[in-house]
Design a protein around this ligand. Sequence first.
Ligand SMILES: Nc1ncnc2c1ncn2[C@@H]1O[C@H](COP(=O)(O)OP(=O)(O)O)[C@@H](O)[C@H]1O
Ligand SMILES: Nc1ccn([C@@H]2O[C@H](COP(=O)(O)OP(=O)(O)O)[C@@H](O)[C@H]2O)c(=O)n1
Length: 229
Amino acid sequence: MARHALPTLVAIDGPAGSGKSSVSRAAARRLGFAYLDTGAAYRALAWLALDRNTDSSQADAVTALLKDFDYSIGTDPDEYFVTVGETDVTDAIRSPEVSAAVSAVARVPEVRGALTELFRSLAANVDRPGVVVEGRDITTIVAPEAEVRILLTASEEARMTRRSAEITTQSAETVAEQLRSRDRADSQVVDFMSAADGVITVDSTHLDFEQTIEAVIDVIHTRTKRTFE
Ligand SMILES: Nc1ncnc2c1ncn2[C@@H]1O[C@H](COP(=O)(O)OP(=O)(O)O)[C@@H](O)[C@H]1O
Ligand SMILES: Nc1ccn([C@@H]2O[C@H](COP(=O)(O)OP(=O)(O)O)[C@@H](O)[C@H]2O)c(=O)n1
């Protein structure tokens, strides 16, 4: 069978609650692109560490988990799922316990190296004309060559408000504090607060959800000089 041309790569980075997942998924759906959520893999590995009672602050123990990390993720924006082995962890990876453990897992260089390879392979093999890949280091490390590179930002206040509207099992203060501390830990490992050279910033602080999707799609059309919709 003839191999497809490489898909158009759209790389989106940004801090927690900036709208990366929801906006990337909606934009991918409208463009007929695939959608790759990279944070889900870090979360799934943190889930496995918790499931195996592995101390996530022990880099060697976390690295050892990689050898039986049987991970899969849906890249169709309409059929999102995350599994580890036979277990569907789509919801479990959003738990506060996983959110609290994930930064420690994500700071281990061997983990970053292995997952970066996995993301490149998943992105190159989608069965769509393009793929929106979102995370923290997509524009800089995973796919610096991407045709479209976007930093999606929003004020800290907007991000906290959006995330606490989603999470009803914890107080708004708790959600905000956990988000701030995760961003602090994550930003010691990768810089997702400032745009690297050639990366376009989309600030969604004063945009609603629909306007943010349109702003991202506009950048994609301008950069690729093509219309996908
Ligand atoms: N521009 C926006 N205005 C209002 N709410 C938004 C906007 N963008 C995203 N959201 C909402 O904010 C929440 C956090 O978005 P999410 O995509 O999970 O962020 P991230 O993946 O960056 O952590 C979601 O409930 C999403 O629907
Ligand atoms: N490309 C990426 C994506 C996520 N991550 C890590 O994975 C965690 C979860 O990412 P996520 O995108 O699901 O987080 P949210 O911003 O959606 O809450 C982050 O807090 C980072 O520790 C990373 O290190 N590099």
